[in-house]
Ligand binder design. Structure first.
Ligand code: NAD
Length: 480
């Protein structure tokens, strides 16, 4: 067991004031993987006080020093790649190759990318009679979910470090272990005490105290839309800046002239990556109605042949859900699919053929539901599991209308005969990012959502900018 007994506050490992612990379970087996402290409001207060005390010095630190810190964190994460990949495969259920390339790889990339961006960001600008300064916003409360634990921490901590901010991180209780590795790295590279603090614990206690703490300047939450709404409410009372990266129900539009095989290969990747536990998952596949039968046949082959199993086994395509609660939630959605829709693959039943060791794991059958009405719950709500819904359309205007007919607007994809045609369709989608003919995620492009998918952007210069205040110094002129 990988027990973590203490919180990281003010550059030291300290006991939680409450003494309680949280069990972290191994997704594939349902067995105890680790215990972490169940932090309290008092722990948050200590961490915020440490972050506040460190802010003055860190916000005035030379840019070169911050660039160097970001690169050293990236190097140390890379050096601990094997351990981190295995830990997140166990906690989250991500198949090991993806855990290495996406869970760890993206975390490393973000720290490197923020170092590069900071080096080329101008922190002062002369505009007319003003000198405009960009200064760190202050103390950041970073609240992260369980599906990409290191990536999401990096998307908040890297820009905070770059901007000269100090941070208190509250990781998800389902997958908190990578945050402890980041704290060990901060300690080992000599990051000044208080610049990074980690307090594990319940959202309702630790998260809410962070969101409402009078000495926090920015609350950045990645999580569900309901948690985002609550954090926004709590933070509003203190007039705090809030950035929210929330849920999605993204559409994958196959245009009538698209190469169906190429599109379906990308659609399956886009939906089932990380076992469907991805906020950008393209879970609504929009298909021209005259090609529906052909698409259905191919999906049966493509999804039906996915190998379900232990995420630590290199042959596994689809692992378990991260928690028993998530498994139950996905199964509930599957059991409530309207009878006029058609299960092509999978469904609410048990996964068969698993090793004995995996019998109590949080597995769900990879599922494709076709002939779905865009008004049904399975097409409107975020299922956050390995479930693809197929929706037929007539004419590209209807496809675009269905794609946009969602409370969410986080992501999407378009496949068409060529890039210009796909881009023309993508321009009409109300969503934060669109993959064009299989275009890959870019960790230095702005990332975030429209509508109930969030407020603000992470990654790239736009993500860094959220962590700056802008101050105008009005200079004297001849006319004074
Ligand atoms: P969640 O909302 O349950 O929890 C996210 C974090 O918020 C956790 O650390 C949790 O403890 C905390 N939290 C919960 N209630 C809180 C409260 N009242 N006050 C303060 N903090 C609180 O989400 P989850 O189940 O961990 O993650 C899955 C969700 O995250 C999905 O909806 C998914 O779409 C979303 N997500 C979004 C993005 C994105 O970038 N847009 C990325 C990944 C996941």
């Amino acid at each position: 067991m990988d027990d973590r007994h203490q919180l990281y506050i003010d550059g030291k490992w300290v006991d939680s004031s409450g003494g309680g612990t949280i069990d972290v379970m191994e997704a594939a087996t349902g067995e105890l993987l680790a215990r972490v402290p169940s932090g309290t409001e008092h722990d948050v207060d200590d961490a915020v006080a440490a972050a506040r005390a460190a802010f003055g010095g860190w916000s005035r630190s030379p840019v070169d020093e911050r660039v160097s810190v970001l690169r050293r964190i990236a190097d140390e994460l890379k050096a601990r790649e094997d351990e981190l990949a295995e830990t997140m495969a166990r906690e989250v259920g991500t198949p090991i190759a993806r855990s290495r390339s996406v869970q760890v790889g993206l975390g490393v990339t973000i720290f490197r990318s923020m170092a590069d961006i900071l080096e080329t960001t101008s922190l002062e600008e002369r505009r007319g009679t003003s000198l405009i300064l960009k200064v760190g916003i202050g103390v950041v409360g970073a609240i992260t979910p369980w599906n990409y634990p290191l990536y999401q921490l990096a998307a908040k901590v890297a820009p905070a470090i770059a901007a000269g901010c100090t941070t208190v991180v509250k990781p998800s209780s389902v997958a908190p272990l990578a945050a402890f590795v980041v704290a060990e790295i901060a300690e080992s590279i000599g990051l000044p005490a208080g610049v990074l603090n980690i307090v594990t614990g319940a959202g309702s206690r630790v998260g809410e105290r962070l969101a409402g703490h009078p000495d926090i300047d920015l609350v950045s939450l990645t999580g569900s839309t309901s948690a985002g709404a609550r954090v926004g409410q709590v933070a509003a009372a203190g007039i705090k800046k809030v950035t929210l990266e929330l849920g999605g129900k993204s559409a994958f539009v196959i245009a009538p002239d698209a190469d169906i095989d190429a599109a379906l290969a990308a659609a399956v990747r886009g939906c089932y990556v990380n076992n469907g536990q991805t906020c950008t998952a393209t879970t609504r596949l929009l298909v021209p109605s005259d090609r529906l039968g052909e698409v259905e046949g191919k999906l049966v082959e493509l999804v039906g042949s996915q190998i379900i199993g232990d995420p630590l086994d290199a042959a596994t395509d689809i692992g378990p859900m991260a928690s028993r609660e998530q498994q139950r939630s996905v199964l509930r959605y599957l059991s409530e699919v309207p009878s006029d829709a058609k299960f092509l693959v999978g469904g609410p039943g048990d996964v068969t053929g698993l090793d004995d060791r995996l019998r109590s794991g949080f597995f769900v059958r990879p599922t494709v539901v076709s002939r779905v009405d865009n008004n049904s719950a399975i097409a409107r709500e975020e299922v956050f599991g390995p479930v693809l819904t197929v929706i037929a359309y007539d004419g590209i205007d209807e496809a675009i209308a269905i794609a946009n007919d969602s409370e969410y607007g986080l992501s999407g994809a378009v496949f068409a005969a060529d890039d210009d045609k796909a881009i023309a369709i993508a321009r009409r989608l109300r969503t934060g990012q669109v993959s064009i003919n299989g275009g890959r995620f870019n960790a230095s492009a702005p990332f975030g959502g429209m509508k109930k998918s969030g407020i603000g952007r992470e990654l790239g210069p736009e993500g860094l900018d959220e962590y700056f205040e802008k101050i105008s110094l009005q200079l004297r002129t001849e006319a004074n």
